[in-house]
Ligand binder design. Sequence first.
Ligand code: SER
Length: 257
Amino acid sequence: MKQYDIDTIYHLVALMSATGEQNPQLAWKLNMGSLHNILEIAREQELTRLFWPSSIGVFGPSTPRTETPQETILLPTTIYGVTKVAGELLCNYYFHKYGVDVRSIRFPGIISSETPPGGGTTDYAVEIFYEALKRKRYTCFLDKDTVLPFLYMPDCIKATIDLMKTPLSQIKRHDGYNVTGTSFSPEELASEIMKHIPEFRWNYRPDFRQKIADSWPMSIDDSQSRQEWGWKPDYDLPSMTQDMLERLSRRFAEGKL
Ligand code: SER
């Protein structure tokens, strides 16, 4: 930090929701330990700005599931969610106690064409693209009508950078801002992919991740982010699907996947 004169950190480390349930002790240690370390560094070094991602994992079965408000019940049933609620509180504390300018977004499921996801409940929405292109078949680990909120990576990056660029005087929250792109079910995503790959077939074999998905919101009210720092997504389900398939097809053709 001192040697390179670092003024901003994006601290993205975490064990995700599904992997967290396999090893809750490690999830707590890693997610909270690393955040605490970074907050301490930010305090000691008087860092200009720190970003830490929160998640829809902060919500639980008693949270309203549609248009989930910014301020609502936060009683998650996964250890991942517990670390995200505790993390939000710790960030807020460091801001008020020490003036650490930490900012955070409650990310929904993230879909990227570049990096395969690992250990999340929303991972199906990336796996399905690879399998549709490779084998024209996919077995989904969530049930067909499980609606969850998602964000395409270009929107995710835009949201993060826009939030970080906003003057401190406009930032009212240092816990986690609600942000969403578009909500859909596995059946809706698969049908959208089939418009591009007509031979694509899929079925469902829900596993332990179904319970996690059922405890999360179906849609998110992100109006505070829209008002305070101008959040607005560029992609919806059709444009995200088309872009994912174009990018992944190119990499397949080049032998890079
Ligand atoms: N994508 C994450 C997960 O599934 C949600 O934050 O765990």
